[in-house]
Design a protein around this ligand. Structure first.
Ligand code: UT7
Length: 339
């Protein structure tokens, strides 16, 4: 099939410099390396030091994606984040300015851990519609700045980081073309993942309870929804594209918990080697999760040109979604290790 489409041409990611191992957490909280590793698959995560925020990690990832694409110019920047530098304005214009991109269209998309898939769909649609000819799509979050320091469950899971891709207008028949999306939400389950305070609801009531500024998650329910919704979305998109599930070479799903990835892979009938996982090294990096897994996968060779890839995400909102493409050749810089 031919026709105008957004084509992936660049990829990059960045991790902030403070590495926190499971043993580091166990020195401060009632947890253990054994619990975190067996219940989540996560061994370490990276967090921002004081003074570094979401715009900073986004700029680093954006610069790497632009270099990977061999360009210094795009005419659209979409930033997926739910930890913006400020409640207002959006962080994307700041990032565009610091990347030297000039007076381009720039805005944030907030869909928590599904943010990258939503942002990719937004930028891809704007390119397909002719509103833009190229775009930088960044997923960046610094959840360490909104976690309750005493909450061992969320502290064990989340890490900070940013990942980005560059898209340009091309043809649907080209390798790297974004071939389809499946997006969905269920606001009746909003309370499962929420930061209760700090928004207009609480400000309009003039009261806030202590601790309301922290992120909260009902882990067990979220786990069940994540498996069902990511499987459902991937299956629906594959069917729309006439891709038999056995023809899918790699699944790059939101990196929240290795048990979730294993369950989604099993549900879709995909063997373990087709399910890309890097959460052991980076934790759950929210909107950065999918582009960071792509970056690691391309760098270590588990993702290669020609692979049929399904991306799928799930997060607060609740929101979930999937995207599909055949991977082009990409040259990526490895993620920093900060050993
Ligand atoms: O990114 C957006 C979407 N987020 C997700 O997809 C996350 C989905 N949820 C999960 O990954 C898992 O539910 C968690 C990793 C958050 C929790 O794992 P779980 O196996 O569901 O544990 P649980 O919440 O059922 O808790 C089991 C036990 C509890 O103790 P009791 O009540 O059995 O005595 C918890 O208090 O484990 C305890 N626990 C911990 N123990 C040691 C919870 N966190 C920890 C911890 N260290 N860090």
């Amino acid at each position: 099939m031919t026709g105008r489409a957004a084509v992936l041409t660049g990829l990059g990611g960045w991790l902030p410099p403070v590495r926190v191992t499971n043993d580091d957490l166990a020195r401060r909280l009632d947890t253990s390396d054994e619990w975190i590793t067996t219940r989540t698959g996560i061994r370490q995560r990276f967090v921002v030091p004081p003074g570094l925020s979401t715009s900073g990690v986004a700029v680093e990832a954006g610069a790497r994606a632009l270099a990977s694409a061999g360009t210094e110019r795009v005419d659209l920047l979409v930033l997926a984040t739910s930890t913006p530098d400020h409640p207002c304005p959006a962080t994307a214009p700041e990032v565009a300015g610091r990347l030297g991109l000039g007076e381009i269209a720039a805005f944030d998309v907030a869909a928590v851990c599904t943010g990258f898939v939503y942002a990719l769909a937004t930028a891809s649609s704007m390119i397909t519609a002719g509103v833009a000819d190229s775009a930088l799509v960044i997923g960046a979050d610094t959840f360490s700045t909104i976690l309750d320091p005493g909450d061992r469950t969320t502290r064990a899971i989340f890490g900070d980081g940013a990942g980005a891709v560059v898209l340009r207008a091309g043809d649907r028949g080209e390798r790297g073309a974004l071939l389809g999306f499946d997006l969905a939400s269920d606001g009746s389950q909003a309370e499962l993942i929420t930061v209760p305070g700090g928004g207009s609801e609480h400000r309009s009531q003039g009261l806030a309870d202590p601790g309301d500024e922290f992120f909260t998650m009902q882990g067990r329910s979220v786990f069940r929804h994540a498996v069902t919704r990511m499987s459902e979305s991937s299956r629906r998109l594959a069917k729309d594209l006439d891709w038999p599930l056995e023809s899918v070479d790699r699944l790059v799903a939101h990196q929240a918990n290795i048990r979730i990835l294993t369950a989604v892979g099993a549900d879709l009938g995909l063997p373990e080697e087709k399910v890309v996982a890097n959460l052991d090294r980076v934790g759950n990096t929210v909107a950065a999760s999918i582009p960071l897994a792509l970056t690691d996968g391309v760098h270590d060779g588990s993702l290669a040109a020609g692979h049929r890839v399904l991306l799928c995400g799930f997060g607060g909102g609740l929101t979930w979604g999937a995207a599909a493409l055949e991977l082009p050749h990409l040259s990526v810089e490895p993620l920093p290790t900060h050993a």
